[in-house]
Design a binder for this molecule. Structure first.
Ligand SMILES: C[S@@+](CC[C@H](N)C(=O)[O-])C[C@H]1O[C@@H](n2cnc3c(N)ncnc32)[C@H](O)[C@@H]1O
Length: 325
């Protein structure tokens, strides 16, 4: 299969995708890496931390990739690619004739990912809101490893992914079912309440819940047919409360506990640390989780959705639950 460039035919990508360093000053204003977007709270320190601590996400990601039928020459978008470790593994399968693009709204993460760029593998700063800039029907596969729950307007993102996938193309999503209560969520919420008395609007504790049944329904309405669902039970062990909290900050690109002043955040973090330390066994903190791997095929056309409010995402951003991924 001949890999096609998903956007501008000559350089592969428009200037703002191809040269994030050159375009930095404009990017700050024009993209989500600037003010208010999903990467607004990220930093090079958090990006480096994620690069070092994300082995569990990589391990699950390779399982998701194995379900997607990627072959030499495939064109693949890894949306929310982070620092590009999984994207690089995908490119090893697609080979030099393939066309693998990793996109992430954080320019800090893309700066690390670009060290992995080579023939058949490129990276660009951009998030789900930027998908309309990509050419229609240009990818065989779109992969979102621990990313979908971070997207505010999920339905809009699925429709945009539907547009850029070739007919019969595959979408892979890995996620934890956050529609059920979790012990860690409780610890975080209680700690924040203890420090603040109440949960102020704007304090970011967790993404909007994501459950399997609503996701399947959303996929159906967006023109996808779910063909695979697998559950993977995993166990992580954080050496200390500090390590766990550092991971949450890195994994959420700085969004976890954002929206309050630095000093307030430190007080909440300190309280969470104390509570987690109390729950420690002497062998670190054991975190069991169940990840769902889902593969859907682009089938029919998306059902029309009412665009009026378009604010579901905005409302979701302040729903208070704890972030594990
Ligand atoms: C937990 S990390 C997963 C990174 C990578 N997929 C991996 O497997 O290691 C979540 C990533 O989603 C990105 N992200 C957040 N909001 C996004 C959006 N709206 N569109 C695309 N990516 C987004 C973050 O910048 C972050 O790199």
């Amino acid at each position: 299969m001949r890999a096609q460039s998903p956007v501008a035919p000559k350089n592969g990508f428009p200037w703002r995708y191809a040269r994030p360093a050159v375009a930095l000053s404009l990017l700050l204003f024009a993209t989500p890496s600037g003010f208010g977007g999903p990467a607004a709270f990220d930093s090079s320190r958090l990006a480096e931390l994620y690069e070092r601590m994300s082995a569990p996400q990589y391990a699950i990601g390779t399982k998701l990739v194995s379900l997607l039928g990627i072959s030499p020459g495939s064109s693949v978008l890894d949306l929310g690619c982070g620092t590009g470790q999984l994207t690089s593994a995908i490119a090893r399968i697609a080979g030099p004739r393939g066309n693998v693009l990793g996109m992430d709204p954080s320019s800090y993460r893309i700066a690390i990912a670009e060290r992995r760029a080579r023939k058949g593998l490129s990276f660009a700063v951009g998030g789900s809101d930027d998908l309309p800039r990509l050419a229609p029907r240009s990818f065989d596969v779109v992969c979102l490893n621990y990313v979908f729950h971070w997207i505010d307007d999920r339905r809009q993102a699925l429709e945009a992914i539907h547009r850029i996938l070739k007919p019969g193309g595959k979408l892979g999503i890995s996620f934890e079912d956050t529609s059920r209560p979790a012990e860690l969520d409780e610890i975080i919420e209680q700690s924040a309440k203890e420090v603040l008395g109440t949960l102020p609007p704007g304090l970011f504790l967790e993404t909007a819940p994501l459950g399997l049944a609503p996701l399947k329904e959303m996929l159906r309405k967006s023109g996808f047919q779910v063909v695979v669902i697998e559950k993977v039970a995993s166990e992580d062990r954080a050496k200390s409360p500090e390590e766990l909290l550092a991971f949450w900050r890195a994994s959420s690109a700085g969004r976890f506990l954002s929206g309050v002043s630095e000093s307030t955040r430190r007080r909440i973090l300190h309280r969470i640390e104390q509570r987690l330390a109390a729950a420690e066994t002497g062998q670190g903190i054991r975190i069991t989780s169940e990840t769902l791997l889902l593969v859907a095929v682009r089938s029919g056309a998306p059902e029309m959705q009412a665009r009026s409010a378009g604010s579901l995402g905005k409302r979701c951003r302040v729903i208070n639950r704890a972030s594990r991924r």
